[in-house]
Write a protein that binds this ligand. Structure first.
Ligand SMILES: Nc1ncnc2c1ncn2[C@@H]1O[C@H](COP(=O)(O)OP(=O)(O)OP(=O)(O)O)[C@@H](O)[C@H]1O
Length: 620
């Protein structure tokens, strides 16, 4: 739909001012829609996609407008120079405000944006050189190659070129390596950190990006209006921009234009129509506007754009999937140097975790070598996942050490641990369900290429992007999900989602792979295929630590087992030895774990993994 829509919109926008019958009011109205669209586009990224609510965007419009107003009227500088300075000032202000405000979470963040929005508004109104509440008048029009954009019809083209280019850049950004991280901000922040992505940085990046778009809008506004005063940059307008984003559809770039158009047209029509219907000049439009907003929020929570988009898809039978087939061939990403087979990779030394009075992990120690698969087993609540979280930096240890190739992991945050070469999956699957399978896996390869926001927005990173997608596709094919590259991750069955997580972890090129219940939800054949993949990885020298309840799977695959019960290590050894250990038998027989398959001797069965150490028999 987007391509057809783009052609129709661009053609209509281009032709409209050329038609002599087009009323001047339409042009002015479209100019205001374009100016608002720029601000709302920033909010789509910030609020709709990043999940960071800001009521303060109008203040950044004010910075753009006042900077150019003052520089062009008081100092006589060119509006183009003033634009550069306005963007620079906005960058600095947004960076500082973002670095402070974005640390706030929950409702403190919107409250913080209200606070600085009010501060900037009163600053504009109280500074003498900015004309206080009277503002600055007599701003010169923008000149392009000696041609003055003094009329509404002239600046119209500049405004809409700015809108269309900003939409293009935002789309490019979202479709890139930084864009995948930005799309993870709302619901996958913790998961993304465990792939080495600094999510706090990305919050500041989208905050600054949105502020720069608002500044651009303010610059255009000042030269269109030829005068500025504080009122259009106050909190009311900040709230209105947010309404536009929500009504249009805060998750899509087209929602920004639609929302701006709908709200500004609705406001205008209500001002015209209501006095006639109600036969009164009283100000009822805000009340009706408020009621309509509540209805939209009630019945179209994702905004109007997704509804139109779905109707279009039904009407035309088109689907969302823009690309099919494997991504184009690209150079393989470089791999890290692997430790020699048999050398020590992970050393957990007396690690302990207390939750208040509960000792979840009780001074556990074990070692894992390169090219070895170790199983961490035990009844429910034994402390396996907590041990995982201590190794991966998700939880801080109460005491003890975790060593990884000579580095201490227990003092590092999960982001730094990932950088060293530790990949993981999660007990409760953590995917970005509306992103494609391919994009989810490419997120895992984030650290393997550097792409700046600017080169992503200008689409100058084609080679890096192609290499990342190629690697993601390679890992998906390796784990047997090659047919699902462009499927939305949320549409996969739970077992496939777990496999997807393994592909994502492999895309990070780890030395140590931690898998939390990888076989849960898989069918028998899928388990066999997974065991085959893990066995291959072992042969390539990968170290794998897995938590798993499926004893058949564990006994046939692992080289070494650590058994935990009530936080304590009760046994360690080969699968054969562990199955005969009386403490293990007692823990499972007296425990609450239903998953242990007492009757099924794993050795020599159909599901046995070729090359894996054979277990001697069932535990009972
Ligand atoms: N954040 C937490 N706060 C308090 N107690 C916790 C927390 N996380 C885990 N626990 C407790 O620590 C103990 C170990 O839990 P953990 O999830 O590590 O066990 P597990 O062996 O992974 O169990 P399962 O196989 O059921 O996933 C349990 O008693 C659990 O209730």
């Amino acid at each position: 739909m987007n391509r057809i829509l783009l052609i129709v919109v661009v053609a209509a926008l281009g032709v409209l001012p050329l038609l002599s019958g087009t009323p001047e009011f339409w042009i002015t109205h479209l100019n205001y829609i374009g100016l608002a669209s720029l601000v709302v586009l920033g909010l789509v990224l910030l609020t709709g996609i990043g999940g960071l609510t800001s009521f303060g965007q109008a203040a950044f419009v004010g910075i753009g407008a006042y900077t150019t107003a003052w520089l062009t009227t008081s100092i006589g500088w060119s509006p183009w120079v003033a634009l550069g300075i306005g963007l620079a000032v906005t960058f600095v202000v947004a960076y500082v405000l973002g670095a402070i405000t974005l640390r706030l979470s929950g409702h403190y963040l919107p409250l913080g944006t209200i606070a600085w929005s009010l501060s900037l508004y009163y600053l504009f109104g109280n500074l003498g050189f900015l004309g206080q509440y009277d503002g600055i008048a007599g701003i010169q029009p923008i000149q392009i190659f000696g041609y003055s954009l003094g009329q509404g019809r002239d600046i119209y083209y500049l405004i809409w070129i700015a809108v269309l280019l900003s939409m293009w850049a935002t789309r490019n950004l979202l479709d890139s390596r930084p864009g995948r991280a930005i799309r993870a901000l709302r619901s996958g922040g913790g998961m993304a950190e465990s792939f080495g992505i600094n999510m706090a940085n990305y919050k500041v990046i989208i905050f600054v990006y949105a502020a720069l778009l608002a500044c651009l809008s303010g610059w255009l506004y000042a030269h269109m209006q030829r005068a500025v005063s504080p009122s259009p940059f106050g909190l009311n307008y900040g709230i209105e921009y947010l309404f536009m984003a929500v009504v249009g559809g805060a998750g899509s770039v087209w929602g920004a234009v639609l929302g701006s158009g709908l709200i500004l047209t609705l406001k205008d029509q209500l001002q015209n129509v209501l006095p006639k219907i109600l036969d009164t000049t009283s100000n009822f439009e805000l009340i009706v506007f408020g009621i309509l907003m509540i209805l939209v929020l009630q019945y179209a929570r994702d905004g109007v754009w997704p509804i139109l988009h779905n109707w279009w898809a039904v009407l035309t039978g088109s689907s969302d999937r823009r690309r099919r087939g494997a991504p184009p061939e690209a150079a393989a990403l470089t791999q890290r140097r692997r430790p020699e087979k048999g050398s020590l990779v992970l050393e957990v030394d007396g690690i302990r975790k207390e939750f208040g009075g509960l000792v979840a992990v009780n001074d556990i120690s074990f070692k894992l070598k390169a090219g070895e698969i170790m199983g961490l087993i035990g009844p429910n609540g034994a402390g396996k996942s907590t041990t995982f979280n201590l190794i991966t930096g998700v939880l801080p240890a109460t005491r003890g050490k975790v060593g990884f190739l000579g580095e201490r992991l227990d003092t590092l945050p999960s982001r730094e641990i990932a950088k060293l070469g530790v990949g993981r999956t999660f007990q409760h699957v953590q995917l970005l369900p509306t992103m494609t399978v391919l994009e989810n896996v490419a997120l895992g390869a984030h650290l393997r290429r550097k792409v700046s926001v600017l080169s992503a927005a200008l689409h100058l990173e084609r080679r890096d992007e192609a290499e990342l997608l190629h690697e993601a596709a390679r890992q998906l094919q390796r784990v047997g999900l090659g047919d699902y590259l462009y499927e939305q991750a949320g549409n996969l069955a739970l077992g496939q989602q777990r496999i997807l997580e393994i592909a994502r972890a492999l895309a990070a090129d780890p030395i140590l792979l931690l898998l939390d219940e990888p076989a849960a939800g898989l069918r028998y054949k899928e388990k066999q295929e997974l065991a085959h993949v893990l066995d291959q990885l072992r042969q390539e020298g990968m170290s794998i630590l897995l938590v798993e309840h499926d004893m058949d799977f564990v006994m046939n695959l692992t080289d070494h087992l650590v058994v935990m019960d009530f936080g304590t290590k009760i046994a360690e050894g080969t699968p054969a030895a562990v199955q005969e250990n009386p403490a293990v038998l007692a823990a499972y027989l007296g425990g609450i774990d239903d998953d242990f398959d007492f009757d099924q001797p794993p050795a020599g069965q159909e599901g046995a993994v070729p090359g894996a150490p054979a277990a001697t028999g069932g535990i009972a």
